[in-house]
Design a protein around this ligand. Structure first.
Ligand code: FAD
Length: 396
């Protein structure tokens, strides 16, 4: 429908055809709203397509507010309660998409992430949602309570505008900081965005670990309020693997990360080994608990050699303490180019946790990764995209 000036009118315009934007548009469209979704990428849901190694870890059965970081840890509660992993799973089942649980409640498609994008586009089509893909947004204005968006040579307008353009992680997929610029223009605050779920880099004294490139071990990694028992992987730049990606979201420059290299061993394991096997060498004992190259490096760092029987109990107790709380200070991260998500974003203080609408700008909504809500690794980020998209879609 066009108004007298040739501007097309909608009830709501959604900026961003990612998981959050598509969910929001489908829900609002099926509630009878005339919705337009705009994306500068020529393809919808690009991050969904590459997610979970191409199989999309589309939710986590245990997703709850405790699995998210935000300046306001309670903000996500309402949306997550109202649209749950079971709700998304029911949608997946209605579309006959086969899935499996990999571990720790993480649900993946058996086939392809493409099925999730196709499902969302079908849901949008059911709601009569219009899409404009591959279109550059030239400007966004707010005039007389209506939002006007200029696209190439046309203008569209609506009383509601949903910002769903995500965060700047993986710019080569078309990710930008557009949401933050727009939010600031409308007077909303932005919590400093930073790369999260990202490999950590090591420099200076820590470079010894870089010689372990390719070695993986199960550890407990700790940083700030985060503690994760999963695999850590040594890389030629530093450390990666799920345990490290998880703590990277909690890491701030200058802070140490602590690693427990002996998560499965009982307390006092070294002293007990001394009594049971006094002739075994310290390095050989460590190699029975850890990958050989890692054991060798750690034994060298601890400066312990020779038979266990000849090492004083005190030195073994110190060594065990060090192995359970090995501290290192990353010199950085691999940045937005390698970050699975962006932590920080549009401050939740200015948004309604029920509808995602900006208190100071009626009709303006922000959802998904653009908002200062960041999930753990394991399907939590998509669950936030669905839940926040659903909440806004119900309110439009
Ligand atoms: C490699 C990788 C794997 C991942 N795997 C998983 C996983 O398995 N499970 C999980 O839960 N999470 C995963 N994530 C995180 C998850 O993809 C995101 O949290 C989620 O996609 C966020 O959804 P969104 O809709 O808010 O933003 P996005 O999916 O980023 O969508 C934003 C959309 O806005 C568009 N856009 C951006 N700027 C502009 C602009 N200026 N003009 C117009 N359009 C614009 C983009 O093209 C994009 O289509 C992964 C992320 C990456 C990078």
């Amino acid at each position: 429908m066009s108004n007298e000036r040739g501007r097309e009118r909608y009830d709501a315009i959604v900026l961003g055809a990612g998981g959050a934007g598509l969910m929001c548009a489908a829900v609002a469209g099926q509630r009878g709203r005339r919705v337009l979704v705009i994306d500068h990428s020529g393809e919808a849901g690009k991050k969904i397509l590459i997610s979970g190694g191409g199989r999309c870890n589309f939710t986590n059965l245990g997703a709850g507010p405790d699995n998210y970081l935000s300046a306001n840890p309670h903000f996500a509660t309402s949306a997550l309660r109202r649209y749950t992993p079971a709700d998304f799973l029911a949608l997946v089942d209605r579309h006959d998409i086969a899935w499996h649980e990999k571990k720790l409640g993480q649900l993946f498609c058996d086939g392809s992430a493409r099925q999730i994008v196709a499902m969302l586009l079908e849901e949008c089509a059911k709601g009569g949602v219009a899409t404009q893909l591959g279109r550059t947004i030239r400007s966004v204005d707010h005039v007389d309570g209506r939002f006007r968006v200029a696209l190439g040579d046309r203008e569209v307008e609506a009383p509601a505008l949903v910002v769903a353009t995500g965060g700047p992680s993986i710019p080569k997929l078309g990710a930008t900081g557009f949401a933050y610029d727009l939010a600031r223009r409308f007077g909303l605050k932005v919590v400093e965005p930073r790369p999260a779920l990202v490999p950590l880099t090591l420099g200076g004294e820590e470079t010894l670990f870089r010689t372990l490139s390719g070695v993986a071990a199960e550890v407990i990694a700790r940083c700030g309020a985060g503690a994760f028992r999963e695999a850590a992987l040594f890389t030629h730049k530093g450390l990666s693997g799920p345990a490290i990606l998880q703590v990277s979201s909690y890491w701030r420059r200058g802070e140490p990360v602590a690693i427990d290299f002996l998560p499965s061993a009982p307390d006092g394991v070294l002293a007990a080994a001394k009594r049971a096997r006094p002739r075994i060498r310290f390095g050989a004992l460590l190699a029975s608990l850890l990958p050989a190259r890692l054991a060798e490096t750690l034994a060298e760092r601890l400066g312990l050699a020779g038979d266990l029987g000849n090492l004083p109990d005190r030195r073994l107790a110190e060594a065990e303490r060090a192995l359970r709380d090995w501290r290192f200070t990353p010199n950085g991260t691999e940045g937005f180019a390698k970050a699975e998500v962006t932590a920080g974003g549009i401050a939740t203080a200015g948004l309604s946790s029920r509808t995602m609408e900006a208190a100071a700008v009626p009709g303006l909504y922000a959802i998904g990764e653009a908002v200062d809500v960041t999930g753990w690794l394991g399907g939590y980020n998509f669950q936030w995209a669905w839940a926040s998209g659903w909440a806004a879609g119900q309110a439009l």
